[in-house]
Design a protein around this ligand. Structure first.
Ligand code: BDP
Length: 684
């Protein structure tokens, strides 16, 4: 199995009895609604039944009294759809048929995939009764794909969009991509890097993007474009891109109209502005709101929106990057056009393996805030570490901002319910590429899957999502499923243990972000070094954000401040995010900071070895190609875990000046030797 089918395997169910029971309930597929999306749903059911049940199920328009089939029904005001949101669906037994009803064609499509998932995971569907609504309206992938075929922070080959072939050749993978996304409820995609090229706004590229949009539309997926803010100047030949300049506004109005001539249901713009060298309204003394509102005005005649990113930070050696997004956007709360969603990364720095939730969540009642997670594992082991991210996404979504008292979770900020916003967005930076299995590491598929499932319903548990994915993707054997689930659930804490324990952050190799480089002290900007973040000195380790050095903690509500503000009570997982802790300080574990740090680095490596042994025990239950693929990657993971452990322990010991506590055995190599390993990655 080369993994190309992802979780949509549809292999024949081996249990004949179970198969028979499904066959009895799926004698035909009936639908009357003439929508391409409903047709997609019917086709997918047919494909699924053919594979899973080994029989071709035919389509019927009129069932007149027949029973034992599937009925797809778009119905705007029947009793069955009363409690449904636009993309929601109900699946019920009605008059002898399994009826999938929804208010919209997309709802029917999501219902069809839910039914298939029930069969794929071996559920009894004879009494199926489901009413299901998505929590978030826009469930979106952000591709960081470039026009030249490379992918920013992509670890699974090159771009899946074949720009040179489009619009004339449609790679069949676009359809597989659309199916996979629709199966987990993803309904939007921005197709190019946020470090955007204006090339994507030229007629030549709009024609290509139109071809992609035409493929995705029957799967309920709308297309967004990341735009370069300087396009009026660079592409339009104007003297400026000042958002208050009438000619600039006209240029965007015209361009937006032009885009709609290609893509009538265009999703909208995604913008990274005045961030990491990208142009933006501040280049002209204007605000983020001026920029975003100008684009919103251009979108006004249409249904699309503007997604404006809050990932901004100045290069200030005396500042604290933690506060930048908040500080720059706070005065703008209430000034954004209703068509604008401000997209905020889960944490205040940059997708670190563990970050406290971004302080903007809960502090911007008058602005629709969207979530940006990173599915591609820039800081989470790229394609060589098995790291299941659902628990990380959930840790953020479940965090309580206390904005309106207890229970004001980040999830409720994002779904709009806390502050009564109409629109809502959860975006994930995609991990897809040209690799045959899409994501390089077979387990990275699970992160794409988990992102979609959580964007649909953040109340699903990480275990449940993993269980679905495993059953659909890897094995039907219950014992093996449980073992793999345990392995996945352990993987994030294990990864954090040998890379960023106790709330450390940002100590990776410069530029490529691969491997450890905690000694990095000089870079293009102070906040691109490692020492800026860990602040190791002869006294201790960690960034004091409680007021003495930075008062970042004050951006949170008092309850949150209380939870993290006192080093004696702070959750150890967040400790060094907020405190500069003496090496000799006794922690709640009974160990000193130094000993605990060493213990976690060493334990992380040991746990990877256990993951290897556990994986070995699954040999007979997993397809050989997949088994060996993961087996090989786990070996690299072990080697790299050791690399992280040795680099960090040997570097920090130069400050702590204490021995590595027994019974841990000091690394066999010296700090200089480990430093050389990193140099390799900087060689030209
Ligand atoms: C950082 C990446 C960089 C992205 C940036 C962003 O290192 O490649 O361009 O985020 O989100 O994580 O804009």
């Amino acid at each position: 199995d080369d993994g190309s089918r992802l979780w949509l395997k549809y292999d024949l169910l081996k249990d004949t009895q179970q198969r028979e029971s499904y066959i009895a309930l799926t004698k035909y597929i009936s639908f009357t609604h003439d929508s391409p999306i409903v047709a997609t749903a019917a086709n997918e059911l047919q494909l699924g039944f053919e594979g899973l049940l080994g029989k071709k199920v035919s389509f019927l328009r009129n069932i007149s009294g027949k029973t034992g089939g599937i009925v797809l029904e778009v119905n705007s005001d029947g009793a069955s759809v009363q409690n449904l949101a636009d993309d929601g669906f109900a699946i019920n037994h009605l008059k002898g048929n399994i009826v999938i009803s929804a208010k919209t064609p997309s709802g029917v499509l999501y219902g069809a995939f839910e039914l298939l998932r029930n069969i794929q995971t071996g559920k009894n569907i004879s009494k199926i009764a489901i009413t299901n609504n998505p929590k978030v309206k826009i469930r979106m992938l952000n591709h960081w794909d470039n026009a030249n075929g490379t992918v920013e922070r992509g670890y699974a080959g090159s771009s899946m969009w074949k720009w040179t072939e489009l619009p004339f050749r449609i790679d069949p993978r676009y359809i597989q991509y659309a199916r996979a996304n629709a199966s987990i409820g993803i309904n939007a995609t921005s197709i190019n890097n946020v470090n955007a090229s204006s090339r994507f706004l030229t007629p030549e590229y709009l024609e290509k993007i139109k071809a992609v949009a035409d493929v995705l539309r029957p799967y309920g997926i709308s297309v967004f474009i990341s735009v370069n803010f300087a396009s009026p100047r660079t592409l339009g030949g104007l003297k400026t891109s000042d958002p208050l300049d009438p000619e600039v506004r006209k240029w965007w109005n015209d361009k937006t109209k032009e885009i709609h001539e290609y893509i009538h249901d265009f999703g909208g713009f995604l913008v990274k502005a005045n961030s990491e060298g990208q142009p933006g309204p501040q280049d002209y003394g204007r605000t983020h709101a001026d920029g975003a509102n100008m684009l919103a005005e251009a979108m006004r005649p249409f249904k699309g929106i503007v997604i404006w990113r809050a990932f901004v930070y100045k290069a200030d050696p005396n500042g604290d990057r933690f506060k930048e997004g908040y500080d720059q956007f706070k005065p703008l709360d209430g000034t954004f056009d209703p068509k604008v969603i401000v997209q905020v990364k889960n944490g205040p720095i940059d997708f670190m393996p563990r970050e406290p939730f971004h302080p903007m969540f809960g502090a911007f009642p008058k602005t629709t805030l969207g979530m940006e997670f990173q599915i591609t594992q820039e800081y989470l082991g790229q394609s060589t570490h098995l790291t299941y991210l659902a628990p990380m996404f959930k840790e953020c979504l479940d965090s309580d901002t206390y904005a309106q008292g207890k229970g004001s979770t980040v999830a409720r900020v994002i779904d709009g319910s806390l502050e009564s916003h109409q629109n809502s967005l959860m975006a994930g930076v995609a991990n897809t590429g040209s690799d045959v299995n899409w994501t390089a590491h077979p387990f990275n598929q699970a992160n794409w899957y988990a992102f979609g499932r959580l964007a649909w319903d953040y109340n699903l548990s990480s275990e449940q999502i993993a269980a679905e994915w495993i059953a659909m993707t890897l094995t039907k054997n219950k014992t093996a499923q449980d073992k793999i689930n345990t392995l996945m659930m352990q993987s994030l804490p294990v990864y954090i243990s040998y890379t960023y324990p106790l709330g450390t952050a940002h100590m990776m190799g410069e530029g490529h972000h691969y491997g450890p480089e905690p000694w990095l002290a000089k870079s293009g900007r102070p906040d691109w070094t490692s020492v800026y973040y860990h602040r190791a000195d002869s006294v201790g380790l960690g960034f004091d954000r409680t007021g003495k050095v930075s008062n970042a903690l004050s951006l949170y509500k008092p309850e949150v401040r209380k939870q993290w503000g006192n080093a004696d009570e702070c959750d150890l997982n967040y400790l060094l995010w907020f405190h500069h802790v003496p090496w000799t300080k006794k922690l709640s574990t009974g160990r000193t900071l130094w000993d605990e740090l060493c213990f976690r680095y060493y334990d992380g490596v040991e746990q990877v070895r256990k993951m290897q042994t556990n994986w070995e025990s699954l040999k007979n239950e997993i397809d050989t190609e997949t088994f060996e693929n993961v087996q090989g990657r786990l070996k690299i993971q072990e080697k790299e875990a050791l690399w992280w452990r040795d680099a960090c322990v040997l570097y920090f010991i130069t400050y702590a000046k204490m021995p590595i506590p027994a019974p841990l055995v000091p690394p066999a190599r010296s700090l200089d030797e480990v430093k050389k390993l990193v140099e390799i990655y900087h060689l030209r």
